[in-house]
Design a protein around this ligand. Structure first.
Ligand SMILES: [Zn+2]
Length: 178
């Protein structure tokens, strides 16, 4: 396989060169991250293999990457780390559709970073959890419900007290105080 990565900008590719052999190419991703984060978690590393495939005037980039992240556990607030799968399946084309496909740059240097950053922001966990049975910082006082106990009494709406039922039929005319 021809070397397609540029050591200085390892996620930028010369498209014609990349796709010279039979219209497909393999791209190795090994990217240390510092500035991809949300309020809840931060991306540290993206690794794996992507496949670029030319079809007509489009280039399809696809593959499964591993996204390493860290963030505070939503129950105990301890820093927790994890690795999530990031499925990539994106289309680059010369006449892109906003929000659906990406534009092939005029200079034919394809920079995968903006696309991957976008996907990572969507994939980062919103509610990290150090372990499924994390009991929180002070389980004696504030017990966290274990996953197995969900869906019992809280799923059933308590019956409405008959004394309040009449209120449900009332409508209020709102007076506008000026
Ligand atoms: Zn925890």
């Amino acid at each position: 396989m021809e070397e397609t990565t540029n050591p200085e900008t390892p996620l930028c590719f010369d498209l014609p060169k990349l796709l010279k052999r039979g219209g497909t190419a393999t791209i190795q991703i090994d990217w240390d991250l510092e500035e991809v984060s949300t309020t809840y978690s931060q991306a540290h590393h993206l690794g794996g293999e992507l496949r670029a495939e030319a079809s007509g005037d489009k280039v399809v980039v696809s593959g499964e990457l591993n996204l390493g992240w860290s963030g505070p556990c939503r129950r105990c607030l301890e820093t927790t780390r994890g690795v999530d799968e990031l499925a990539v399946s994106e289309i680059y084309e010369t006449d892109s559709t906003d929000g659906e496909t990406f534009e092939i740059p005029l200079n034919q240097i394809l920079d995968l970073r903006p696309m991957l950053q976008e996907l990572m922001l969507l994939a980062l966990p919103l509610t990290p959890l150090c372990s499924y049975d994390c009991r929180g910082p002070i389980p004696e006082e504030y017990p966290a419900r274990s996953p197995g106990s969900q869906g019992t009494e809280q799923d059933i709406d308590p019956p409405i007290d008959p004394r309040w039922e009449a209120l449900g039929a009332l409508t209020f005319e709102q007076k506008e105080d000026t």
